[in-house]
Design a protein around this ligand. Structure first.
Ligand code: XMP
Length: 326
């Protein structure tokens, strides 16, 4: 039932090819699903967003999208998911603000792997709870793409198939971008009318800003990560670096240093800026920023983000450093 990418499949590089793919998938989705209901965890990332847009076109209100806000999303993300899918595409969207649940569970947890586990397990828990509230769901849609299949076949990473849902939730899978490479998913997304900042967005880890708030997450330090990240993204967009630099973000580590502001002593966190380029994410080089941009970022972050009194730049390639801090 699940498709494999044909060896002779032409790479989707044009709107025409994307349109042909969309028409073909819509017919396949209709044939598979009929009048039944489909559930989708819509994170707002490229793959799940394209799957949502395809399914909305194919089956409209039979799709139930669940957007779980774990409190570790970037500034404006949940709002954008609601605007694009609920307001503009009229999707059947359930929005769950589970921020308190996640942050309460994560309080005082310092171990990075433990943090990831808590975030992953709680995500499944919240999603399963929402799924149980829905009547008559028989299908689960997923944004699996072809590299996921290749990597899991090669034993490189476990494919996140069926999201680790409990055994009693036995849904049939719908995977309409399964045979596509990432660049093709983006072209299909654009053809489906998704906004550029959704389709061409930089990679963002599942545990979200949680891995950029090293050690035990506190709400105030998490807010400093979110606000500084928003400033960085805004300035990169203004300076033509959006879409050119692979990934860029800020980290607020859990230590404080002495500073001075308006003649008074401060004791606040530093904010670290990291901007990198790569093709395969195994090896990464750093993007060297202009002096003007650095000066401007320092000024904005220091003045606009509560709790920050120093800005540092991470110019370390991978290896030896990984991209994320945890
Ligand atoms: P590292 O830190 O391993 O990151 O050098 C390589 C790339 O993977 C992303 N990343 C993740 N993505 N879940 C994800 O979906 C994760 O747990 C995760 N950890 C790292 C990271 O942002 C970078 O693009």
């Amino acid at each position: 039932m699940l498709e494999s990418r044909p060896d002779n499949m032409e790479r989707i590089t044009t709107p025409e090819l994307a349109k042909a793919y969309i028409d073909d998938q819509i017919a396949k989705i209709k044939a598979q699903v009929g009048e039944k209901k489909v559930l989708l965890a819509l994170s707002g990332g490229v793959d799940s967003s394209v799957v949502a847009a395809l399914l909305i076109k194919a089956i409209g209100q039979q799709l139930v999208c669940v957007h779980v806000n774990h409190g570790l999303l970037r500034k404006g993300e949940p709002e954008q998911v609601i605007k694009v899918f609920k307001d503009e595409m009229n999707a059947n969207l359930v929005y769950v603000d589970a921020t308190d649940r996640f942050l309460d569970l994560l309080a005082n947890v310092t171990d990075p792997e433990q943090k990831r586990k808590i975030i992953g397990n709680e995500f499944i828990e919240v999603f399963a709870e929402e799924a149980r509230k829905q009547d008559g769901i028989e299908f689960l849609a997923q944004g699996t793409i072809w590299p996921d299949i290749l990597e899991s076949e090669a034993g490189i990473k476990a494919h996140h198939n069926a999201g680790g849902l409990p055994d009693d939730m036995n849904f049939e899978l719908v995977e309409p971008v399964r045979i596509l490479f990432k660049d093709e998913v983006r072209i299909v997304g654009k053809e489906l009318g998704l906004p550029d900042n959704m389709v061409f967005r930089q990679p963002f880890p599942g545990p979200g800003l949680g891995v950029r708030c090293p050690g035990a997450i506190t709400r105030d330090r998490l807010e400093a990560v979110r606000e500084s990240d928003a400033i960085l993204r805004e300035e990169f967009a203004k300076n033509g670096l959006e879409g050119k630099v692979w990934q860029y973000f800020t980290v607020v580590p859990d230590f404080k240093s002495t500073g001075v502001k308006n003649g008074k002593r401060t004791f606040d966190w530093p904010c670290i800026i990291r901007a990198i380029n790569t093709t395969d994410v195994m090896e990464v080089t750093v993007e060297h920023l202009s002096d003007e941009l650095i000066d401007h970022l320092v000024e904005r972050i220091i003045n606009e983000v509560p709790g920050i009194n120093r800005v540092l730049i991470d110019y370390t390639p991978k290896p030896p450093a990984t991209v994320e801090y945890e």
